[in-house]
Design a protein around this ligand. Structure first.
Ligand SMILES: Cc1cc2nc3c(=O)[nH]c(=O)nc-3n(C[C@H](O)[C@H](O)[C@H](O)COP(=O)(O)OP(=O)(O)OC[C@H]3O[C@@H](n4cnc5c(N)ncnc54)[C@H](O)[C@@H]3O)c2cc1C
Length: 632
């Protein structure tokens, strides 16, 4: 490590061949793979080693999607690539690479001890997940991604890979179209003379900062995951399909997806107004109230909101939104008593719902008794987070869960900025639909591809280190001069502005979108970003991480909202969202083979998808090419 003096303050400068930003299952796998490939001069920089989605989330049966390997299934790389590609607006080369890396990544996790179940002969049993064509899905239980992260972390620690914990990257430094490094802020040293600023120089950076969760108020991402996609967007990295998200019904006080048995036991949906007046609202919206409970049942295995299912299970998400956002009521799922329509028995249920409950021995009264019978752990989970489903209703919302789009990458997960890679959820390799569990496959495949390209790829040009340091120094000097070091009082405006943006996004830019409101939001955000610099003089050092986050949220929202408006105008309602304006386009399929690209300089445009490459897999040809690319 060396130091440079900026405005009289010593700023540490660390130099590595590659740094990885983020410690989720993408970040850890990137570092571990680089090390195994012999690229050992690397470091992970993370704002919090225990933060992020991978380590802190889960679901009923958290799914990992891989190529099917159990008997009775015939699967192949091209079949899996096609399923991914068929998700619409997906590039074929990344789909092929995700399929090709699937078994290799999965087996690595198995060998690291992630408990994916096998039968007595060692076969990995699979099940069919949403948007799947075979039984490719598996699960290590409710906490699959946590086990993955811990297993990969053990590898990284055992290899002694350097980790900068509590260090938030606040700016990427580029020069000549290439990545040069990043500026970080050590959150434990904000009151040091240099306010914790630190410079990292690296020819290669893998951005593994996860999904931009912090842009939504109604979110089922863990509270510790905010994301920081604006780092790359602001540096000029192009984005793909930022408008495509997954939203679904989740609990608020403890963030958890309410899929599977939580719905199949048929809870009562109630809302409560500001005077505490409670009503069961679903029956009001249906001519035959039995339809409501049957749709609730369907919601169990059709969890994400889908504009194709508006007259089906997604109507439940619409009605929850109406009660909460339009009528301003708090919405709950109540397991304590029976929905009104079931008060006289179960005969009103669809054959499917009736048979399911019957086979589960759960044709018994009250949703909580059914849940206790079918999935007692689901009750214990909430109990362990201080929520007793026997005595209180569960507050719910329609929450953001996953960004299918993200930073645009090529087949090596490299962005348009040479040497800058994006892997995991921050990368935009999915389109409208994706098979359940494919996000976790993508964290592993993308980080593997990026690591291999850093190790074996070639770059025609690189950044100039002196210019990079100069650029970094100018910025740090500006920030050091602006912030009053002696100020110890937090400025509430930072938190309030970030919170207000997230609330606005949930109201008009989630599963239900209004183009007029999004246009207004775009203008508001542009103004906010203009004024952010002047806020610097009104904050204390402890506000700095929040200030950088506010700025990043603004840049990210600007990109997401622009993409939503553009998609709304040309495509209309599609996948996980609907546009409410009557004159909006409606599911224009003309764009299913196009990727919506956002560029901070030129705005939005459509690009044709890159097709699945037709590869010449004649062994001798591949071997020769491999020897040239990898072994020499
Ligand atoms: C409720 C829920 C259920 C899910 N279920 C499934 C499922 O069943 N199957 C599936 O495939 N996917 C599922 N997902 C999605 C999947 O879990 C995530 O896409 C995946 O874990 C993301 O991993 P990641 O490594 O890309 O990012 P993360 O795990 O989110 O890690 C991001 C890391 O970057 C760090 N970071 C961020 N910004 C900075 C910065 N500026 N400086 C330094 N560090 C930074 C964070 O602290 C964190 O360490 C689910 C998601 C949720 C929320």
């Amino acid at each position: 490590m060396k130091e440079i003096i900026i405005d009289g303050h010593k700023i540490p400068v660390h130099k590595f061949s590659a740094i990885i930003i983020g410690s989720g299952c993408a970040g850890f796998n990137a570092a571990d793979t680089l090390f195994d490939l012999g690229q050992t001069d690397i470091a992970i920089v993370t704002e919090g080693i225990n933060m992020g989605t991978s380590r802190n989330t889960g679901s009923d049966k958290q799914t990992y999607y891989k190529m099917a390997v159990q008997s009775g299934e015939t699967d192949s790389v091209d079949a899996m690539a096609k399923t991914l590609f068929d998700g619409k607006s997906v590039n074929g080369d990344t789909a092929l690479a995700e399929a090709a890396a699937s078994l290799r990544s999965f087996m690595k996790l198995v060998n690291l001890g992630v408990p994916f179940p096998t039968n007595e002969y060692g076969e990995f049993a699979g099940y069919r997940t949403d948007h799947d064509t075979g039984r490719r899905a598996t699960s290590a239980g409710p906490l699959t991604s946590k086990y993955m992260t811990e297993a990969l972390e053990r590898q990284v620690l055992s290899k002694g890979i350097t980790i900068f914990d509590n260090t938030m990257i606040v700016k990427l430094i580029t020069d000549n179209g290439c990545i040069a490094g990043a500026i970080g802020i050590d959150k434990t040293r904000l009151y040091d003379e240099n306010m914790g600023f630190v410079i990292f120089l690296a020819d290669n950076i893998i951005l593994a900062t996860g999904g931009p969760a912090g842009i939504y108020q109604n979110s089922v991402y863990p509270p510790s995951q905010k994301g920081m996609s604006g780092l790359a967007i602001g540096a000029g990295a192009k984005c793909a399909n930022l408008q495509e998200w997954q939203y679904g019904i989740a609990s608020v006080d403890f963030r958890w997806n309410l899929s599977g048995t939580y719905q199949q036991v048929l809870p009562r949906y109630i809302s409560i107004d500001e005077n505490g007046c409670e009503r069961e609202f679903l029956p009001e919206y249906f001519e035959n109230p039995a339809d409501a409970v049957n749709l609730v049942f369907m919601k169990g295995y059709q969890w994400p909101f889908d504009s194709q299912k508006l007259s089906g299970s997604s109507m439940i998400d619409m009605l929850v939104y109406r009660e909460e956002i339009e009528l301003g009521r708090k919405v709950y799922m109540d397991f304590r008593s029976e929905p009104a329509v079931l008060k006289n028995g179960f005969e009103v249920l669809s054959d499917e719902a009736y048979e399911y409950l019957q086979k589960s021995g759960a044709l018994i009264s009250t949703p909580i008794a059914r849940l206790a019978k079918m999935n007692p752990k689901a009750i214990e989970l909430y109990k362990s987070h201080g929520i007793d489903l026997y005595s209180e209703p569960l507050r719910i919302t329609v929450a953001a869960q996953h960004n299918n789009g993200g930073i645009a990458v090529d087949k090596n997960w490299e962005t348009n900025i040479s040497g800058l890679y994006a892997a995991g959820e921050v990368a935009g390799t999915f389109g409208v639909y994706r098979p359940g569990g494919s996000a976790l496959n993508s964290t592993q495949a993308g980080s593997l591809r990026a690591a291999e390209h850093i190790r074996y790829g070639t770059h025609e040009k690189r950044a100039d280190e002196t210019c990079a340091l100069e650029n970094a120094s100018i910025l740090i000097e500006k920030w050091l001069k602006a912030v009053n070091k002696d100020n110890k009082t937090l400025n509430p405006a930072i938190f309030e502005k970030t919170k207000a943006i997230a609330a606005q996004m949930s109201a008009c830019g989630a599963h239900i979108r209004r183009l007029k409101d999004l246009e207004k939001m775009k203008t508001d955000i542009a103004k906010m970003l203009e004024n952010t610099e002047s806020l610097l003089t009104e904050i204390c050092p402890a506000d700095l991480p929040g200030w950088f986050r506010l700025r990043d949220t603004g840049v990210t929202v600007q990109a997401v909202v622009s993409s939503m408006i553009y998609a709304g105008k040309y495509i209309g309602s599609r996948g996980g969202s609907i546009i409410l304006e009557e004159d909006a386009a409606h599911g224009n399929t003309e764009y299913d083979d196009k990727v919506l690209v956002y560029d901070i300089h030129s705005g939005c445009s459509f690009e044709p998808v890159r097709l699945i490459p037709e590869c010449n897999n004649w062994f001798e040809t591949v071997w020769n090419e491999y020897n040239r690319r990898i072994l020499q």
